[in-house]
Each structure stands twice: as structure tokens, then as C-alpha cells.
Design a protein around this ligand. Sequence first.
Ligand code: ADP
Ligand code: MG
Ligand code: MG
Length: 251
Amino acid sequence: RVLLEVKDLKAVVAESRQEILRGINLTVYEGEVHAVMGKNGSGKSTLSKVLVGHPDYEVTGGSVIFKGENLLEMEPEERSHAGIFMSFQTPVEIPGVSNFDFLNMSYNARRKKRGLPELPPLEFYSYVSPKAAAINMDLRFLDRNVNEGFSGGEKKRNEILQLAVLEADLAILDEIDSGLDVDALQDVAKAVNGLLTPNNSVLIITHYQRLLDYIKPSYVHIMEDGTIVRTGDVSLAKQLEKEGYRAFSIS
Ligand code: ADP
Ligand code: MG
Ligand code: MG
């Protein structure tokens, strides 16, 4: 089944009206992993932010259907409740709020939307601990404040834990590989792979090919200047590594 269908999506920066997305087409089926690659400034982060409804951007054309519904008509929070999760290039720190409480609150908000009773802390603990263990995350991290003093790798892994807890249908991972050493990269990749099911999908946004050594995409898309200029399989990423983005340039 089709999970996400993006058609001729165009978007501008709300304030300056500068056009960033110039007609994106992208279809994601359940169970697929799509990698979106492209050099800096090609519009990758803008695409992910537009999909989650970031207020800095305004959609000026095209359509986005998510699970059969018009995504563009939903508020950012509704999109999250509908099953879209996005990791940010720089995860926010939330001083004074423990990771455990934050996860419990987010999970309960989701349950409430689905008409389910809230899980009290003790039961939530039983739910979250195996998920943390599955991604090699020390349970001590649950007691720390959200992202406060976390290393780059720990922040990324924490986002994967959020994703695991929320059981999103579509995860948009924007440069989860940035700033990670090879060990942390492998941990994060393993965590992502552990979450893949035939029913959910992942959009991996990355500048570099090396993450795709560990997470196998069904498709690789190359973005340039706000459009997808090439789509292929994982060999496209290999070719890109050898020849550079210039080889794919349309400009
Ligand atoms: P990428 O993630 O591929 O590096 P971005 O989506 O971050 O690219 O940016 C694409 C282009 O849009 C860049 O030229 C960037 O400067 C511009 N841009 C993105 N967001 C904004 C914004 N909020 N205000 C002004 N320019 C922006
Ligand atoms: Mg960038
Ligand atoms: Mg970016």
C-alpha cells in the first residue's frame, strides 16, 4: 500500500517568498526505505520540514497524501499523531524534563488520540525498557533531562528511541549520520534497521553515502535545486560517492 504520495510539491520560505521546493515527486510504499541525497543547500531539509508542517515554509503548489489523507491540511501535531515522525538535524534540549517523562507524555498523547487509556509510569517503564535495550541505550538515559549533555551519538540514539516509542508509520531522519563516528553510526543504523517492519517506511536524508552501507534503501533519490533529478537503487549512491554530485548535475 502507498503510504506517502508527494506530487509536484512546491514551497517557498514564508518570510522572503524565496522558492525552495520546485516540484517534488515522491511515492513511498509501506515497508520501503528511501534515501534522499543531495549536496548542501539542495533542499533536503526543507522537504522534510515541509512534510511535517514547519511554519517557516509555505506550500505554493502540489499535493501530499499520507495514508489516504491530505497531509497539507493537517496541523503539525496532527501529522505527528497521524504517524509521521521527524528527527531534527539538531535535536532540542529540554532542561528540567526527564527523558522518561517526555517519552511517557508523548506516548500518552498519541494513545489519547487513538482513544486508548494513558499508560501510567510503571507500565510505561515496562513498555520502554525493552525498546531502549534493543537499541543499546543505557536505561540511565531515561532519567537524564532530554538531550541535555548528551553526546552527538547519544542524541541520535535518543531520537531513535522516541521513534520506537511512538511507533511511527513514516520516519523522516534528517542527517542522523552527521557528526557520528563509525561506531555510533553503526549503532544508530542498527537501531533504525531494528525498527523496520513491512508496514512502516523510512525517509533517510543524507549527504554521504556511508550510512547506506548500513541501512539498505529500496530507492535512492538525488535532489538538486529543489527537485529530484535522479532516482535509482543503491548503486546510485555508490556511483555518487565515486563521481561526486557534479556528475548528476542538471545545471
Ligand atoms: P539541505 O538540507 O539540502 O542542505 P536546505 O533545505 O536546508 O538544504 O536549504 C535549501 C536552500 O533553501 C538553501 O539555499 C537555504 O539557504 C534555503 N533555506 C532553507 N530554509 C530557509 C529559511 N528558513 N530561510 C531562508 N532560506 C532558507
Ligand atoms: Mg544542509
Ligand atoms: Mg539539511
